[in-house]
Design a binder for this molecule. Structure first.
Ligand code: FA5
Length: 341
């Protein structure tokens, strides 16, 4: 019996240690410790032994049972660890591998200039307003003193909407002048940066979609000097303290008098260069004292209040700032162009 138990221990030891997976280990457990297992058979046989033999063989049989039980448990832990590592190996992430780069966007150059000017005007107490891009014929033209049939309508050929003869894609930001007057009354200090549309034969300086920045200041005793001071301050903000401003008469139906505003060329300091086409001046805005008809349209008492208005070609400012030769690049969506900013 003793020999049988020893053989059982040896063969269990060998088989369990050599076992490669949990399923085979389960089988070995049944083989040795199961109800019909080999050790169980031997233990059952103990009943037929004499007391002397029982005393000698009993503890040995117990020791073999404990040995096999422990060995099975240890092997099970080992096999579980191995299969866990194997699973881990399959899912492993190499944290040293360089990641897939994610591209960050950035502001469009137009937006950068716009935000800068918004901050500048806010610091002077101006509101920043918005207005509809699809505008009524009334606000875009009639309210700013360009009634139907007025020849000035030809200067700003626009896009009309099929079936809606009274709607236009706004040709300038000036319609928001009257909208703001109606909403806020006087006194008023506001700017409107925004998109405008014109039915243009596009070229390097003209695009069908571009940006303007409108400004209005209305109060008692506003004079042309205030307008001049304001546009000079904007010019200095944009191009430096030594920038000069030149105002020359220009007709706009919504201002009287109206001016065309130029700044001394920041590149050549007025000497003449490629940028200013050898004139020494860069044209960047239109401006003037608001026409009484426009104040009337905005329901403002034109006998009590006066005001000035200006309209910067925001797109033009961007072109000058970044030395962009073709305006059409700005709305092209071409990333090779946009990545340069
Ligand atoms: C106007 O649009 C007036 N509403 C500006 C104004 C406001 C005058 C308030 C007086 C008082 P004008 O059509 O000149 O004016 O356009 C103003 C600026 O917009 C131009 O100087 C130019 O820089 C820009 N601009 C006009 N058309 C285009 C275009 N097709 N592409 C790019 N920029 C344009």
């Amino acid at each position: 019996m003793k020999e049988k138990l020893q053989n059982l221990k040896d063969s269990a030891n060998k088989e369990i240690l050599g076992c490669r997976n949990l399923d085979s280990l389960r089988e070995l457990e049944i083989k040795y410790l199961g109800r019909k297992g080999e050790l169980t058979q031997v233990l059952r046989g103990l009943g037929g032994l004499s007391i002397e033999e029982k005393k000698e063989t009993g503890p040995l049989a117990n020791e073999v049972k404990i040995f096999i039980t422990k060995l099975l448990a240890e092997k099970e832990r080992g096999l579980q660890d191995e299969s866990f590592k194997e699973e881990l190996g399959k899912e492993a992430v190499d944290i040293t591998e360089p990641g897939r780069g994610r591209e960050f966007g950035h502001l469009h150059p137009n937006t950068t200039i716009q935000y800068g000017l918004e901050d500048f005007f806010k610091s002077l107490g101006f509101m920043v307003l918005d207005g509809p891009e699809l505008e009524s014929d009334f606000y875009n033209f009639t309210a700013v003193n360009i009634p139907p049939g007025h020849p000035a309508r030809d200067m700003q050929d626009t896009f009309y909407i099929n079936g809606h003869p009274d709607w236009v894609m706004r040709t300038h930001t000036s319609p928001v002048q009257v909208r703001a007057m109606e909403k806020y009354g006087a006194p008023l200090r506001m700017i409107v940066p925004g998109k405008c549309f014109r039915n243009e034969n596009t070229d390097v300086r003209h695009e069908h979609t571009f940006y303007q920045l409108e400004g209005v200041m209305i109060d008692k005793n506003i004079s042309f000097n205030h307008l001049k001071g304001m546009v000079e301050a904007v010019a200095r903000y944009l191009y430096g303290d030594d920038t000069k401003v030149r105002l020359r008469p220009k007709f706009y139906p919504f201002v009287e008098p109206g001016v065309n505003g130029e700044v001394s060329c920041f590149l050549c300091k007025g000497k003449g260069c490629r940028l200013c086409k050898n004139t020494g001046w860069l044209e960047i805005f239109g401006a003037g004292m608001i026409h009484p008809n426009v104040l009337k349209a905005g329901k403002i008492d034109y006998k009590k209040y006066r005001g000035f208005a200006f309209g910067f070609g925001l797109t033009r400012l961007v072109m000058l700032k970044y030395d962009i030769e073709d305006v059409r690049l700005l709305e092209s969506g071409d990333l090779r162009f946009l990545r340069q900013f």
